[in-house]
Every structure is written in structure tokens, then in C-alpha cells.
Design a protein around this ligand. Structure first.
Ligand code: SF4
Length: 75
């Protein structure tokens, strides 16, 4: 486990997203400074490119991430 390579620029980690969840501190600890390979944002970025990552996608939204990647593959 290590800090995410996107941590300096990531809008989630830097509190730049609207409607940050109350659990954001927990998520930052769990994903950004831990299991970043399980982060939904990072998953979409790696599979579909940075432009495919919605501004309001949170690290725990795996199902939404999978749908986005599916759509991009089917496009
Ligand atoms: S939200 Fe995801 S992409 Fe952003 S810093 Fe955390 S682990 Fe990395």
C-alpha cells in the first residue's frame, strides 16, 4: 500500500469536488493513502483516459466506474 500517484492533482483528495461526502476523510485514508488500485476514479482514468473521469465520481463508486468503462469500450 502506498500513496496514489495522482494525489497532488486529484480533485477528490484536494477537496475540489462539489458535495464531498462526510466519509471523505475515511476514503482518503483507505484509497488515496492505501489501496489506490481499488479507487473507482483511478480505475476509470487508467481504463478510459482522464477525460472519461466524471467530476463527481467518488473513489468507492465501483459500479458507476464499471458502467463508464463499458460505455467507452462499446462506443
Ligand atoms: S481519489 Fe483515487 S485517483 Fe484520487 S488520489 Fe485518491 S486514490 Fe488517487
Amino acid at each position: 500500500m502506498s500513496s496514489c500517484e495522482r494525489i497532488e492533482k486529484c480533485p477528490f483528495f484536494n477537496d475540489q469536488m462539489a458535495n464531498m461526502p462526510a466519509t471523505s476523510v475515511l476514503y482518503k485514508h483507505r484509497y488515496c493513502k492505501g489501496e489506490n488500485s481499488r479507487c473507482a476514479r483511478l480505475h476509470v482514468l487508467e481504463e478510459a483516459g482522464p477525460e472519461a473521469v466524471p467530476g463527481d465520481l467518488f473513489p468507492n463508486q465501483w459500479e458507476r466506474a464499471a458502467e463508464i468503462i463499458e460505455r467507452r469500450r462499446g462506443a
